[in-house]
Design a protein around this ligand. Structure first.
Ligand code: ADP
Ligand code: MG
Length: 486
């Protein structure tokens, strides 16, 4: 009997030791896992670092690449498409103008009425219609036939409603969000298709944004779109274009579509997550800049980091498979987590649970997830700022004396005469993601420095693709017969 008791006691002791050992083992494992998760975030932070010195290198690279892209076709990853838009709206336009915008899945027609003297843009009625699926891959003729009927009805309706329209002409502008090589202002040749259409266009949507910006403020020389995708255009000096392409006999400035989404430089801070995202994308080695900064991708970069964290630590639960789904974490959801100011990070919990199907994770992990969103967005916004300053540098508006001026920064009180320059910005990422916007604005000020920054003004510009096209139709009304060539 005594032996049995002793045996039982010994057995219990062994079991207790085993349980204790298992528990200690788990704790040690979790602590190590926690350290590895911390390391994942630290490495991300190091990999995404954008100190001002590095941003200035990106600025220089952007300006140099722009130069190279203008100098010869294929001279750079930047296409630097000549748009043949010389006349940006001045604000003096009068009359009724129409715009047709072809988006990825729908088209819209709008009417703009202008009264001169930088008048408010009167009533822009919009007719929006989906494009039937088969037409997206059909010929341009079929597509235009489809659009012609509603266009006629819309224009017909408008002719009764306004006195102004009776006074003025009717002109049609046409925007399209895909890269097009222009042969003249009113005709274009599609060079690459990014959304599923096969048709040519006349006005890129960034150019429309520049037009709207310029209508309201003639110091607007640069336009940037930062939404699902990203792009920029600017007004290039005539002599810079003549010098590099030997094409033009005119002495007029021209809008150049940078197609900056494809910008690349070894100075861009690239992580393994970017490399994987690119490799798994339908267009590897393309749109490298866009993949680091636009709304299409930011959420997915964050998802990749969180997935990596989940592999290091088991608190994400056994079923975190949704984390494996590409693009499931869309950028607005990421922004919602990033913006979460509740003490227990409720919004982070909600997104993890509802979208990624991850059960409640400890507060520390939620904090790290917010940090991941911050790192990814901060890098994106700061790189976008460097891109903008690169364009300003190309046109000599960054206070450094332009591309030829080398890397030296002007000393305080130096002789460079600064002119006021406005940058028009459009796009849902910039307008809706407050922290992105703040990081971008802050980085612009840091790169430009306190002497130059006050001369550069960022203005949010609405609806460049629609109203901008109508405004360009207005400023080109003498020659704006819209025709297209294949
Ligand atoms: P598009 O670029 O498709 O023409 P928008 O300019 O409206 O359209 O931009 C839409 C993009 O902006 C979305 O794809 C998303 O990435 C981003 N976005 C929209 N709303 C938010 C938000 N609240 N927070 C962060 N990003 C947002
Ligand atoms: Mg857009």
């Amino acid at each position: 009997m005594g032996k049995v008791v002793v045996g039982l006691a010994a057995g219990c002791a062994v079991a207790a030791c085993v349980v204790a050992a298992v528990m200690v083992g788990r704790r040690v494992k979790r602590r190590m896992g926690w350290r590895r998760v911390l390391r994942v975030v630290e490495e991300l932070e190091e990999g995404c670092a954008t100190p001002v010195g590095r941003l200035r290198q990106v600025v220089d690279a952007m300006a140099v690449e722009m130069h190279a892209g203008l100098a010869s076709e294929g001279g750079s990853k930047l296409k630097m498409l000549l748009t043949y838009v010389h006349d940006l709206p001045s604000g003096n336009e009068k009359g009724t103008f129409y715009a047709l915008h072809l988006g990825g899945t729908n088209f819209r027609i709008l009417r703009v009425q202008l009264g001169g003297q930088r008048s408010a843009i009167i009533g822009h009625d919009v007719d929006r219609q989906p494009i039937p699926e088969p037409l997206m891959t059909s010929t341009s003729e079929e597509l235009f036939d489809f659009i012609a009927a509603p266009l006629k009805v819309f224009v017909g309706k408008g002719d009764n409603v306004s006195e102004l329209s009776k006074l003025g002409k009717r002109e049609l502008g046409f925007t399209f969000s895909f890269p097009v090589k222009q042969n003249s202002f009113s005709s274009g040749l599609l060079i690459k298709w990014t959304k599923g259409f096969a048709i040519e266009d006349t006005i890129n949507d960034t150019v429309g944004t520049l037009a709207v910006g310029h209508y309201h403020d003639e110091d607007t020389l640069v336009a940037v779109i930062i939404g699902t995708g990203t792009n920029a255009c600017y007004l290039e000096r005539a002599d810079a274009i003549i010098k590099s392409q030997g094409l033009l006999t005119t002495s007029r400035d021209m809008v150049v579509n940078v197609e900056w989404g494809n910008f690349w430089s070894s100075h861009l801070p690239r992580t393994s997550y970017d490399i994987d995202l690119d490799a798994e994308s339908p267009n590897p080695n393309d749109q490298g800049f866009e993949k680091m900064i636009s709304g299409m991708y930011l959420g997915d970069i964050a998802r990749r980091v969180i997935l990596r964290m989940s592999l290091e630590l088991d608190v994400f639960g056994p079923d975190s498979s949704k984390l494996h789904v590409p693009f499931i974490l869309r950028t607005p959801l990421m922004a919602a987590m990033h913006d979460d100011e509740s003490p227990d990070l409720r919004e982070v919990s909600r997104v993890l649970k509802d979208i990624l199907e991850i059960p409640d994770v400890p507060l520390n992990i939620r904090k790290l997830i917010v940090k991941v969103c911050d790192i990814v967005t901060c890098r994106a916004a700061r790189l976008a700022a460097a891109g903008i300053v690169g364009i300003l540098k190309k046109i000599g508006r960054d206070g450094s004396g332009g591309v030829a001026g080398g890397k030296a920064r002007p000393k305080v009180g130096s002789q460079i005469k600064m002119k006021r320059t406005v940058v028009a910005i459009e796009g849902g990422l910039y307008t809706n993601y407050t922290l992105f916007r703040e990081y971008l604005n802050e980085a612009m000020a840091q790169i430009l420095g306190e002497d130059v920054a006050p001369y550069v003004i960022i203005k949010v510009t609405e609806d460049g693709s629609g109203i901008g096209a109508a405004l360009l139709a207005a400023s080109h009304s003498a020659s704006s017969v819209v025709d297209t060539v294949l």
